[in-house]
Design a binder for this molecule. Sequence first.
Ligand SMILES: [Zn+2]
Length: 274
Amino acid sequence: MTVLDGFVWTSQQWGTALRSRALGEVADHFFTTRQLWLRGEGEAADWSRVAAAIGVPERRLLRLNQVHGREVVVHCAEQGGRGARLPGPAGPGESTVAEESWPAADIHMTDDPTLALAVQVADCVPLLVADRRTGAVAAVHAGWRGTAAGAATAAVAAMAREFGARPGDLVAAVGPSIGPCCYVVGDELIDAFRASGFGREIGTWFARDESGTLRLDLWTANRDQLLACGLSEGAIHGAGLCTASHPEWFASYRRDGPGTGRIAAVIRSRGARS
Ligand SMILES: [Zn+2]
């Protein structure tokens, strides 16, 4: 088991998963590797493996119809896990839920330990957050659009509003995603971040080399947003693993095109501590 800056590789029945040790002290979670492709013929079977590995029935592994925004879906334990947003109802013997029935959003959260929350990425940032005090958890999908829209900020604000989470109690893990080494972007992205109200920080998130090539550092952008929300520096853990640079471990849209697989980032609450 190799240790990467606070992250560990762990063995599942289907292969290797990545976990943050610090987040693991608060919530069950993992990031999948390319041994689960999560696309094409084996997609449904792969998602049932994800559900089994996080310890919930398939129907209680909730996903999103991701749209690159900052909308939040909340599943409260008081709703008995049967909140209005829970897709269903499943018929007898039915175990999978059609993708189009998942809510259109990029952030979801719950304090219900009988649910697991997933986001799927192929270069975008998968961000998992858990609250040490209330046990509430969130899964966030943040590509450049979501990052420019302030998805991480929206997630922290919603955890505070919905579950009374204090930013200082939150632990976050930034999973494998395209790194500043490989994420070459166009100047229009700077405009998009500016239009969202970001200012001086843009200069540290974008870097232009001697040849004029512009690169975006989504890891730092998301970390900075979490810091600005009040998370402590030591509570934000980045895997620092670039999907495009590591074909042996991860699918990458930028490297392999639209037919590539997906990484699932999944998290499950252990319930309130107190
Ligand atoms: Zn890279």
